[in-house]
Unconditional design. Structure first.
Length: 487
């Protein structure tokens, strides 16, 4: 029997995101009970950026009989990744003490949340409990490595080296994070050649699982630059959405975007921020985010008084689901270079802070970090070089088209002389100056979900400037790809 959920899928297939969301909302309102189907419903809602629907569907999935730890954890993880940390912790607290204190997966989740909140002592306690119970799980060692600085005489460093032969042959899902953990330990102990070997082995495992298509990225980049011109943009009807609620912060991963997010969210008028990826969902009606797709959407929406304002309104509604109705929001989505033309056309008052960092420092940092989200190009130095080259071209293109709405910030300049750059950023996004933004490391209780989770809890420093020098001989594949003029 066909249901409203099937109709939602049909609407999404023809890129009618708003109609799909409306049908899915009705389906949840009119359909009760539990069942395995709710996991699929949550995924469908997530694809559309509908956070409230996704969370409700996962709640019903968790309630499916027989209630299992796997379903419970899936619901808790959904809450945590959607910024509902307090709700997640309340769910964990509702468990009986024997489950809360002894289930390895629960302890791992508690450690992850404590890490996100910067409560590193509590995080370490949870992580050490997981390691005691399950030392052959690579994710547990990676969790420890994220918050710890190793030393040559460190007992944990010795444990990692002792376990390394035993991990060889383990499933890639466990072995890869272990390799990044031991690579981090070798790096901290300045054994850079050995560290690079560990990172390379871990990356090779991930690259098999998630291959990257560089040619597709090149073609898409070329099309954006070719089609999004000043002349062509006049073919798009003006947007009447005047909101400046979102502050867009973008750049390559590991380029300083989390630091700028931390600075801005320290402001009393900014209520939150994260890597949201919600504008991508709002732009589903453009089909493939191309200029041709934008024209096709506009033709389909010819009876809509403000088609681009409508997409911006959808995005703002998705923001409200995540953060509530008050305060400005930092949207630190890192792939916005692909959508920048449509974002800035849809929201004519929006401003973008675009971070730039030394390419080799950024490349190394990407290569030696195990990203929680799937970043396919990060598992190969050649792919990193190709991707960076595309990003450079897009930064130059969008900055040329929107010079007054994109502020380019050098990471090195920011950390070397923070005060004038923080003032410049505040002025650019129309925020008054406040004391707390100049000491962002003191901000409490804001979850940080990126690999910078430990770094942003420390005072701003130049420690990471020039970090790639120790690996210079290993970075030739990146340099060759990044400087290849034939591409």
């Amino acid at each position: 029997m066909r249901t409203l959920a099937h109709e939602a899928v049909d609407q999404l297939r023809i890129f009618e995101r708003r109609e799909a969301a409306a049908r899915l909302r009705r389906y949840l309102a009119e359909t009760y009970g539990s069942g395995e189907q709710w996991k699929s419903i949550a995924r469908l809602a997530d694809r559309m950026g509908e956070i409230d629907l996704s969370i409700e569907a996962m709640r019903r999935y968790a309630a499916t009989s027989p209630v299992t730890l796997e379903r419970f954890l899936a619901y808790c993880s959904e809450l945590a990744t959607r910024g509902r940390v307090e709700e997640c912790l309340a769910q964990i607290e509702s468990l009986a003490p024997q489950g809360r204190n002894h289930e390895t997966a629960i302890l791992h989740l508690q450690g992850a949340i404590a890490t996100q909140l910067g409560e590193f002592e509590a995080a370490e306690r949870y992580i050490r409990q997981t390691l005691k119970q399950a030392p052959m799980v690579g994710q547990h060692w990676l969790a420890l490595a994220m918050i710890k600085r190793f030393s040559p005489s460190d007992a944990d460093y010795e444990s990692l080296k002792t376990l390394a032969p035993k991990f060889n042959g383990q499933p890639a899902s466990s072995y890869a994070p272990f390799l990044y953990a031991i690579g981090k330990a070798h790096h901290d102990c300045e054994n850079y050649d050995v560290a690079f070997q560990a990172f390379s082995e871990g990356a090779a495992l991930k690259r098999i699982e998630y291959p990257y298509d560089a040619h597709q990225r090149f073609d898409f980049t070329n099309a954006l630059i070719r089609d999004f011109t000043r002349e062509n943009l006049t073919q798009l009807t003006p947007s009447h959405c005047m909101s400046d609620r979102p502050i867009f912060v973008t750049g390559l991963p590991r380029s300083g975007t989390t630091l700028v997010e931390q600075i801005l969210t320290s402001h009393s008028k900014v209520s939150g921020g994260a890597e949201l990826n919600l504008f991508r969902a709002a732009l589903i009606p453009t089909q493939d985010y191309s200029f041709d797709g934008a024209i096709k959407y506009q033709l389909r929406a010819k009876n809509t008084p403000d088609p681009w304002g409508a997409l911006a309104s959808d995005y703002l509604e998705l923001l409200t689901q995540r953060f509530g109705p008050n305060g400005r929001i930092v949207d630190k989505t890192l792939n916005h270079s692909r959508f920048m033309g449509l974002i800035l056309h849809s929201m004519p008052n929006a401003k973008v802070v675009w971070l730039r960092r030394d390419p080799e420092d950024t490349a190394l940092s990407c290569f030696r970090n195990y990203f929680a989200s799937t970043i396919k190009w990060a598992w190969s130095l050649e792919d990193i070089g190709h991707y960076f080259k595309c990003d450079d071209r897009l930064h130059a293109h969008w900055s040329g088209l929107f010079p007054d709405r994109i502020l380019t910030v050098s990471y090195e300049d920011l950390v070397t002389d923070p005060t004038p750059w923080i003032e410049r950023i505040l002025d650019f996004v129309d925020l008054p100056r406040e004391t707390d933004v100049f000491r962002p490391h003191q901000q409490k209780k804001r979850p940080v979900l990126t690999a910078s989770v430990a770094q942003v809890r420390n005072p701003i420093s130049t420690r990471q400037v020039g970090a790639s020098a120790a690996y210079k001989s290993h970075l030739a594949p990146f340099r060759d790809a990044y400087t290849d003029e034939s591409i």
